[in-house]
Design a protein around this ligand. Structure first.
Ligand code: HEC
Ligand code: HEC
Ligand code: HEC
Ligand code: HEC
Ligand code: HEC
Ligand code: HEC
Length: 351
């Protein structure tokens, strides 16, 4: 009987081994990321590092290892051309770190903001990027920029959280400790058939994102005693109503709750699904990713839209960087802050 069980177990494992994708069922193949002797078939596994790498990794840094699979597939988070990023899956793209200018504010062409302000810098020499030279630690907290990489946020050894994000406890071999749990959310499929982010195909942010970002950013943007924009707080009836009716600068009150969801300006609510198009209710929350993306964008501060520009259609013009798509497809569209605030009443330019 025990033999039979073992056999069944082995069979399941064999079948599972094929059907399961790399990170499923917890820890993936150790050899997918580690090498014990930096040698295989008499050749160096990482020819650039004859003496091997820290943590016996197969490439120079943790981020280099992750990018060996994730740069151009499985989410494609580091595209090859900052002017033609791969389909958006929610997190934004690290390729924008390579930009020489992302400033689309007035005069942006002559006062460049370099790509290291495009979002989270990662130490990945294989892609030509290193730690942020401007921000030496996480604003609002003390996480050191010199150590920031994929495995600062994602657990390389797998867990059951949304996108393998770390929950409470130690991260990065004990470098730092998270106090707040992983966010509750559901992502869209990373397969090429899974499609790009759209108003009916988007991460469903359920709860906890602001607290999670706060693991490294402290109470930045998130402390009622400070005069900063609320995050992780309920929209309230007035703002929720504006969001639901807002259908762009040229149609401020023409929308309706059932179709109001805008993937470019998401909110948190336990009722959201990856395909829902409904707008918020009074208890839905504004959170860090209402305005930012988690990885990087072609706008400063990993903005979901460029916070410096007047018209969304101006994006990319001053800087020559990738133009973030205008979700209203109208040349009069003003800043997407208006989705929640509608301060663009009468701002339509009538020629
Ligand atoms: C997806 C890539 C990946 C896989 C698969 C992986 N590791 Fe790791 N491992 C890492 C990275 C990256 C580090 C460096 C620490 C960090 O950045 O979190 C690490 C660190 C370690 C460490 C030392 C520090 C620590 O965090 O405890 C040990 C031990 C370890 N791995 C063992 C394993 C074993 C055993 C397996 C297979 C069961 C495995 N790893 C599978 C990426 C991986
Ligand atoms: C050997 C190739 C390989 C390496 C190396 C690798 N991954 Fe993955 N990863 C995959 C595959 C395949 C998937 C999709 C299937 C799955 O979820 O297992 C995936 C999925 C993911 C996901 C999405 C999981 C979800 O729930 O949607 C994240 C996040 C991720 N990997 C992060 C990392 C990080 C961080 C590293 C480096 C520490 C890493 N990966 C290294 C192959 C790899
Ligand atoms: C593991 C720690 C860590 C977590 C978690 C984290 N950050 Fe950061 N963040 C940093 C560090 C370190 C920097 C400064 C270095 C840099 O910009 O690369 C930073 C910088 C930033 C910047 C400024 C980027 C720039 O260059 O101007 C923004 C915006 C940001 N984080 C937003 C977020 C949001 C939103 C979340 C949650 C989705 C988050 N962070 C989660 C560590 C973290
Ligand atoms: C500051 C924290 C942070 C860092 C650093 C980070 N990620 Fe993520 N990542 C996230 C979050 C949060 C999400 C979910 C984004 C969403 O859906 O809005 C995510 C999503 C993803 C996804 C799903 C696809 C997508 O674009 O949404 C993959 C794959 C992934 N990350 C891989 C990586 C790899 C590889 C690296 C290093 C090159 C990395 N991440 C660095 C926080 C981080
Ligand atoms: C309402 C939109 C909005 C929300 C919500 C928001 N931010 Fe920001 N964030 C901005 C803007 C705009 C900037 C540009 C600087 C400024 O206006 O202070 C910024 C800048 C930043 C920076 C860069 C600061 C620096 O010194 O370079 C970090 C880090 C950051 N935000 C993190 C967060 C985190 C973490 C959260 C959630 C707790 C969050 N943001 C929520 C709009 C937002
Ligand atoms: C997802 C919805 C949402 C987005 C997007 C958003 N806000 Fe807000 N904002 C709120 C909520 C909720 C409040 C608090 C309730 C209120 O004051 O109406 C608020 C309050 C404010 C306040 C008043 C703060 C106070 O102390 O009275 C200002 C100013 C503001 N937001 C500016 C902005 C700017 C600028 C942007 C774009 C960078 C932005 N908001 C984007 C939801 C949002």
């Amino acid at each position: 009987m025990r033999k039979l069980l073992l056999l069944v177990g082995a069979l399941c494992f064999a079948i599972g081994g094929n059907a399961f994708a790399f990170h499923d069922a917890g820890v993936a193949d150790c050899a997918g990321c580690h090498t014990m002797h930096n040698s295989e078939g008499g050749k160096l596994v990482d020819p650039d590092s004859p003496d091997g790498n820290p943590w016996l990794l197969k490439d120079a840094t943790p981020s280099d290892v992750c990018l060996s699979c994730h740069a151009s597939r499985q989410g494609a988070v580091f595209g090859t051309d900052p002017l033609a990023p791969p389909p958006e899956k929610g997190g934004g793209n690290f390729v924008f770190l390579l930009e020489d200018n992302i400033n689309d504010g007035h005069g942006g062409a002559t006062s460049p903001i370099s790509g290291d302000a495009a979002g989270h810098n990662i130490d990945a020499p294989s892609r030509g990027v290193g730690p942020d030279g401007t921000l030496l630690k996480a604003p609002g907290g003390d996480f050191p920029s010199s150590s920031l990489g994929c495995s600062s946020c994602h657990d390389p050894h797998g867990n059951t959280s949304f996108r393998l994000l770390y929950g409470t406890g130690d991260v990065q071999d004990g470098l730092y400790t998270f106090a707040n749990p992983a966010p509750e959310a559901v992502g869209i499929s990373l397969s090429s058939g899974g499609g790009a982010e759209a108003n009916g195909n988007h991460t469903a942010y359920l709860s906890g994102m602001s607290g999670w970002c706060g693991n490294c950013h402290g109470d930045f943007h998130n402390n009622a005693a400070k005069m900063v924009h609320p995050s992780g707080e309920a929209l309230g009836g007035t703002v929720a109503n504006i969001y639901n009716l807002y259908n762009g600068t040229v149609d401020i009150t023409g929308g309706n709750q059932a179709m109001a969801y805008l993937a470019a300006v998401p909110f948190e609510d336990p009722s959201v699904t990856t395909t829902s198009t409904a707008g918020p209710s009074a208890t839905s929350k504004v959170m860090c990713l209402s305005c930012h993306r988690a990885h990087a964008t072609s706008a400063p501060n990993a903005g979901r839209w460029d916070f410096n520009m007047t018209l969304v259609a101006e994006d990319g013009m001053e800087s020559g960087s990738y133009a973030i798509p205008n979700p209203y497809n109208n040349p009069n569209q003003r800043s997407l802050c208006n989705k929640c605030h509608a301060k663009d009443v009468n701002d339509e330019i009538i020629p």
